[in-house]
Design a protein around this ligand. Structure first.
Ligand code: NAD
Ligand code: USQ
Length: 390
């Protein structure tokens, strides 16, 4: 589809101040959609709680959207509020009447959810109640609004058979059915996504809601064409032991001379994707909505890697840049398989037209260079993992 042929939609981006939500909101706005951001700004408070900050300096949400307007003439209204407050969610729905809601607005760190009972309960209440409120607001205000929900590949765990896209055909005692793929999530956070999936599936069946569950892999990278336009549009990138994710952490560690923190053997294999593909996938899902009553599941990642493979690749690229980097095998703070079979299907987004940005040495080099530029903002004390699963 050419840019000038794109259907203009009203899209509500919940969690639009976060790592995936901010670049997505800008991309959708640039592509001509009418975008509104809803966020409670709680992610910025978790940084304060954990004594950390984004590697890159980030402007306030108000400064971000003002800069966007100044640079492009495009307006992105913002509404600050908590998705667990139903009156707030319904009022935003009544005001904006979205064609689609992209729901990024959850607590997304597995380690954060494993800190203690309080953080586990908070994560599940925040995520499950927020999603339920969105489902009820869709039912009350605009039943044909397409819910595009960020799920996670971690809902499936690492079974010893191929992971299918949401559903699996099972033959049992001479009968056959297509059933939701079995879930073996890795943490209380990943469990919250499973609970969400079940609630959404039920509402699709009961009320005829249309929904797409995007089981996203680990996102890496930082820059999109829009976020690099101006310092006030910079995206956040996490490197700490609670919110930082594997590949981004390794690049930042390489830049500041910290050993690469591989947990255990490092054979843990996951699906990964570039942040530029996250924004592309969201737009593809929005332009091709699920049918009324359909609970559609896409596996949103582009390549599989083991953690050790990624650490070795970062080590090689860093060496080419003249940086000597060691790989440390830390005792694994998590309970997970460190060597296992993994093969996950991911064809549905490609069928819709996804043109993936596969992992390149150039991207790793650029991430390492970005981290070198902001090395003064890196606090070595927050790099080690602190939350344990046991
Ligand atoms: P993030 O923490 O950077 O952003 C989430 C945003 O949601 C934050 O701005 C936060 O303030 C907001 N938020 C959280 N709870 C809220 C609430 N109750 N009300 C209003 N706003 C709330 O996370 P991210 O990395 O951008 O992830 C976005 C989504 O994508 C999450 O649902 C996450 O589970 C999913 N996801 C992320 C990754 C990844 O690697 N980052 C991978 C797979 C899936
Ligand atoms: N790991 C290391 N060293 C590190 C960090 C992580 O070895 O320094 C390992 C972990 O043990 C795990 C794997 O790398 O085996 C992935 O961990 P991660 O922290 O990069 O990602 P994860 O906890 O799975 O969570 C992230 C996002 C989450 C999203 C998920 C997608 O924070 O929101 O849902 O990726 S997925 O992994 O597909 O479930």
């Amino acid at each position: 589809m050419r840019t000038d042929e794109v259907k203009r939609m009203r899209i509500l981006v919940a969690g639009g101040d976060g790592f995936c939500g901010w670049p997505t909101a800008l991309h959708l706005s640039k592509r001509g959609h009418e975008v509104i951001i809803v966020d409670s700004l709680i992610r910025r408070k978790w940084d304060e709680e954990l004594g950390t900050q984004s590697l890159t300096p980030i402007a306030t949400l108000e400064e971000r959207v003002a800069a966007w307007k100044e640079l492009t003439g495009l307006e992105i209204p913002i509404r600050i509020g908590d998705l667990t407050n139903y009156e707030f969610v319904e009022s935003v729905f009544r005001e904006f009447e979205p064609d689609a809601i992209v729901h990024f607005g959850e607590q997304r760190s597995a380690p954060y959810s494993m800190i203690d009972r309080e953080h586990a309960v908070f994560t599940q209440v925040n995520n499950v109640v927020g999603t339920l409120n969105i489902l009820f607001a869709i039912k009350a205000v605009k039943l044909d609004c397409h819910l595009i929900k960020l799920g996670t590949m971690g809902e499936y765990g690492t079974p010893n058979i191929d992971v299918e896209e949401g559903y699996i055909r099972i033959r049992h005692k001479g009968r056959e059915d297509v059933l939701p793929y079995p879930k073996q999530p890795f943490s209380f956070y990943h469990l919250s996504k499973v609970h969400d999936s079940h609630n959404i599936m039920f509402c699709c069946k009961a009320w005829g809601i249309r929904a797409t569950d995007l089981n996203q892999g680990v996102v890496y990278g930082l820059w999109t064409p829009e976020t690099r336009m101006d310092e006030r549009l910079y995206n956040r990138i996490d490197y700490d032991g609670v919110f930082g994710t594997a590949l981004n952490r390794f690049c930042i560690q390489a830049a500041v001379g910290h050993d690469l923190t591989v947990y255990g053997k490092g054979g843990q294999t996951r699906g990964f994707l570039d942040i530029r593909d996250t924004v592309q996938c969201i737009e593809l899902a929005a332009l091709h909505p699920a049918e009324p009553g359909e609970f559609r599941v896409f596996n949103q990642f582009t390549e599989q890697f083991s953690v050790l493979e990624l650490a070795q690749r970062v080590q090689r690229v860093a060496a080419e840049m003249g940086l000597k980097v060691n790989i440390a095998h830390l005792p694994n703070p998590r309970v997970e398989k460190e060597q296992h079979y993994y093969n996950a299907v991911h064809t549905k987004l490609t069928d819709l037209g996804l043109k993936p940005h596969l992992l390149s040495d150039d991207l790793l080099r650029e991430l390492i260079e970005t981290a070198q530029r902001y090395r003064d903002r890196v606090d070595f004390k927050v790099i080690a993992p602190t939350a344990t699963w046991r």
